[in-house]
Design a protein around this ligand. Structure first.
Ligand code: ZN
Length: 224
């Protein structure tokens, strides 16, 4: 397998279908163990989002950069992107959406999860932090994950906001598989992927890539 291609979302031969979502072949065993254990604890663990390709991430990015998709701040207020310069636009988008080529969803080892049976019949999934906090539908599921996720080889890279990506309690990552792929998702590979594709703000991103890489891409919360 070409790890640099996989790490930047440009190859898919590492994936398999897991209940209708594409995930890395090497996480299936641990994901099944985690799902079975959650089930025993009363939670129907469901995957909202698994692997995402470079093209898919670029469509999200370009939609936001062009003002066709809303961009929010940490308080949930919509940002007026037109008032920002290119670098500020990139930083605003990267709070919630990864740069194409630099998403952990390219790995297939990273998933957005929730507990399907904890939603009311008329309630739809938002993937917002309040759903995982006290009083939210997934509060108990979240506490169960805090206790048990590491036993199955996973951790949460966006557990706390630390100046880069916003807190995402729903985002889990398989530690050993993701750690290997992170090493191939470095500045040079991301830059090469960006140069080969249509990405809005590309020149600005390339000019500032080392600092964006440090602040948003490598700035994750590691397991204790
Ligand atoms: Zn995610």
């Amino acid at each position: 397998m070409d790890y640099s291609q996989i790490a930047c979302g440009l190859a898919q031969n590492h994936l398999t279908d897991w209940h209708g979502k594409f995930v890395h072949l090497d996480i299936v065993h641990d994901l099944t163990r985690l799902t079975d254990a959650a089930k025993l604890a009363g939670f129907d663990l469901s995957v909202a989002s698994g692997h995402r390709s470079f093209e898919r991430q670029a469509a999200i990015w370009n939609g936001k950069f062009a003002g066709q998709r809303p961009v929010y701040d940490l308080q949930g207020n919509e940002i007026e992107l037109a008032k920002l310069n290119e670098l500020e636009k990139c930083e605003a988008i990267m709070l919630f959406s990864a740069l194409p080529g630099a998403s952990r969803h390219h790995f297939g080892s990273d998933l957005d999860i929730y507990a399907h049976n904890c939603l009311e019949p008329q309630q739809s999934l938002q993937l917002e932090p309040w759903e995982y906090d006290a009083g939210g539908p997934f509060a108990e599921f979240n506490l169960w994950l805090d206790e048990h996720i590491q036993e199955y080889g996973f951790f949460r890279p966006y557990e706390r906001f630390q100046g880069g990506v916003a807190r995402e309690p729903w985002h889990i990552s398989h530690l050993s598989v993701a750690t290997q792929l992170e090493q191939h998702q470095h500045v040079d590979n991301i830059a090469a992927a960006l140069k080969a594709h249509e990405v809005l703000g590309k020149q600005c991103i390339l000019n500032h890539l080392p600092e964006l890489y440090r602040r948003f891409i490598r700035n994750i919360t590691l397991p204790a």
